[in-house]
Design a protein around this ligand. Structure first.
Ligand code: GCO
Length: 257
């Protein structure tokens, strides 16, 4: 039993979680830390970053913070250079940063389209491109791209988000195609409808809430903790022969009509 559980241990590993000051990112960061990893938090707001840092540190975890803009190559480069200068490398990269800007397609502005594509898709390209060389050099690494149920299914008013998350699924497979030979495992995590700040307005919408509870075989919204086990699996030696895979955590929603 003990040997099997050790496959999920992350002791001695350093994980960077983008967009980890709240919601899914913070829950994933906490789960990685509880599994033994030292965690680097990231976010745009230094206030939220400090608060998340204090929260996880108070729980006894080894936490660092890197405030950089995941859509800005220079910001990413400067942040990672500061890590390298202190002799640190990233073993596990969780590309989680994501926003939502809902609008009917005919009314969607280019700004709302571009902001979602930049934050939810291009960021994973930029941060992974900056982190991968060190993983390739060390012939070891884990990249988890936080995709979505919307990587596979669409609904009205979220074309930007669905296009980004669909692209992220294929970027995951493309990373697998080019980097897996270096003992790097790149996989996608696809959350279903999870209660977070991003979905708060949907949860509070009685009609939408009722539809989700009826449409989801598990009969409930997911919570951020529902995603931690799958992320630990994809970040640990337990998944060393899993690559290019999209691990769906959606209460069964995408399995049924
Ligand atoms: C929406 C939601 C979804 C969820 C989640 C589902 O407007 O339908 O925001 O996009 O955020 O991504 O997997």
């Amino acid at each position: 039993m003990k040997k099997t559980l050790e496959r999920f241990a992350l002791n001695g590993k350093r994980a960077l979680v983008t967009g980890s000051t709240q919601g899914i990112g913070l829950a994933i960061a906490r789960g990685l830390a509880e599994s033994g990893a030292s965690v680097i938090l990231n976010g745009r707001s230094s206030e939220k970053l400090s608060a998340a840092h204090r929260e996880l540190s108070a729980e006894g975890h080894t936490v660092e913070s890197l405030a950089f803009d995941v859509t800005n190559p220079n910001s990413i480069k400067a942040a990672l250079a500061s890590l390298t200068e202190s002799g640190k490398h990233i073993d596990i990269l969780i590309n989680n940063a994501g926003i939502q800007r809902r609008a009917p397609l005919l009314e969607m502005t280019l700004a709302d389209w571009q902001a979602v594509i930049d934050t939810n898709l291009t960021s994973a390209f930029l941060v992974s491109q900056a982190v991968a060389p060190s993983m390739i050099e060390r012939k070891s690494g884990k990249i988890v791209n936080v995709c979505s149920l919307m990587s596979e299914l669409a609904r009205p008013t979220i074309a930007n988000y669905s296009a980004a998350k669909g692209g992220l699924k294929m970027l995951t497979r493309s990373m697998c195609a080019e980097w897996a030979k270096n003992n790097i495992q790149i996989n996608g995590l696809a959350p279903g409808y999870i209660e977070t700040e991003m979905t708060k307005s949907l949860v509070q919408d009685e009609k939408f809430d009722s539809w989700i509870r009826g449409r989801t075989p598990s009969g409930r919204w997911g919570c951020v903790e529902d995603l931690v086990g799958a992320t630990i699996f994809l970040s640990s030696p337990a998944s060393n022969y899993v690559n290019g895979h999209l691990l769906v955590v959606d209460g069964g929603l995408s399995a049924v009509v």
